[in-house]
Design a protein around this ligand. Sequence first.
Ligand code: CA
Ligand code: CA
Ligand code: CA
Ligand code: CA
Length: 393
Amino acid sequence: MTRFTPILVGLLLIPVYSSAKIHNYVEEDGMVAVEAEHFVAQSKDEIRRWYITDADTLPIDGADFDGNHSAGASGSTYIEILPDNRTNHDEALIHYTDSETDANFAPIPGSMGILSYPIYFNTAGLYVFWARAYSTGGEDNGLHVGINGSWPESSARVQLCPGKHQWTWSSAQRRSHNHCGEPLTVLVSVPSPGMHTIMLSMREDGYELDKFILTKDFSFVPEGESIPASIREESTIDRGNSYTDIGNYDFRLASITNFFPVEGSVPFYVDKGNQVLAINAAQKEHRDAFAAATTRFQSKPGKYRISLITLTETDGESVYRVSANGKLLGTFTNPETTTDYGEVVFDCGIVELANKDELKVEFNAVTNGKIPENDETAYSRGRWRGLILTSVD
Ligand SMILES: [Ca+2]
Ligand SMILES: [Ca+2]
Ligand SMILES: [Ca+2]
Ligand SMILES: [Ca+2]
C-alpha cells in the first residue's frame, strides 16, 4: 500500500557548475572520521535512496516528515534515506523482498540503499563503529555497516535509542534481548593495511546520518561534531576539463555519483583523479567487452536533448552505447587522439523522459595497437564523465 506518490525533484542532480571535490580518506593512529555525505557510490536504490541534504535542499513532497536537520550537522550537511513512510510504530512495517516495491524496512544488511566509502587504512584490526544520527520518533533509527561487499553480523543493526531530537553518537548494536543495545558493540574487522570500502545500508527509512567514526580506541567517546573528517588531501579536478564546452544545460548526471553497476556486466571503478568511471583493463577478462551502468531519471518529465561526455585516451578508441528504457539511442566511438583525457561530447538525440525512467551507458576497454606496454599494447579504459540533459520543451 502506498500512502503517497513522492515526486523526487532533481535532488540527485549535481547543480550546474558545481566543482567536483575529491576526498581521499585515510585512517591514522587507529582512527578515521568520515562525513556521511562523502559516499562515492550508491546502489540498490530503486525503492529508497539516500539524499544529500543541506540548508538549501528543497523538501521532497510527502517524503520526509521530520524536516531538515542540517543545522548542527558536521559540514552543515547530512544524508537521509527517503521516502520515509514509516514514521512511527503504528504505521505498516513492510519488509524488503525481491518483489516488494514499497519496502520501508530492510532487516537483512545489504538489501537496500547501499553506500560506499573507500578508505585507506594504515592499521588492520578490530574497530568500533560510531554513527552520528538524528531521530525524532520511535523509528528511523537503524542502519547496517559492511566492508568490501560483505555484511558481517558484528556490524549489523546500529541502533540509536537515547538522544532523540538532536544529533547523537551511537555505537550500540540492536539485539533481540536488548533492542537499544550496549555501547561499543558495533564492530568492524579491517583485514589488512590498504584500501578498503566501508559500506552502509538501510535498515529503516527516514534514517539521518551526519558522520561516522571507526576507532581502535574503545575508551574514545565522540561528542558534538567530534574530530574533523580524516581527509588526507582534497582537490578539484585538475586534468581534462569538466563539461566546459557546453555552457547551457539543465541537468548533469555524473557517472561516478549517479550511475550504478548492472549485475553481470564487466566491472568498473571510479577513477577519482579524472572524475570518471573506467574499466580496469589490466585484467584481461575485462577487455573488449562492455561494462554497463544505469541511473534513474528523477526530475521534471519532458523532452530532453541528451549528450554523453567521454574522455579521449591515446591507447584505444573506446566504444559507448547509450540507451533509455532499453531503447538504444546511439553507439559512439571515441576519436583517435594524441592527448589523454580531453572531453568529447556525443549527441544522443532528443528523448521524452518520465520520472524513474532508466538511462544506461555501456562502455568498453580496447587497444589500438599504438602504445607498447610490456610485451603487448596498452588498452583504453572506457572513461566517461556523465550525461547532460538540456530541456527542449
Ligand atoms: Ca528529515
Ligand atoms: Ca521510517
Ligand atoms: Ca528522518
Ligand atoms: Ca556531515
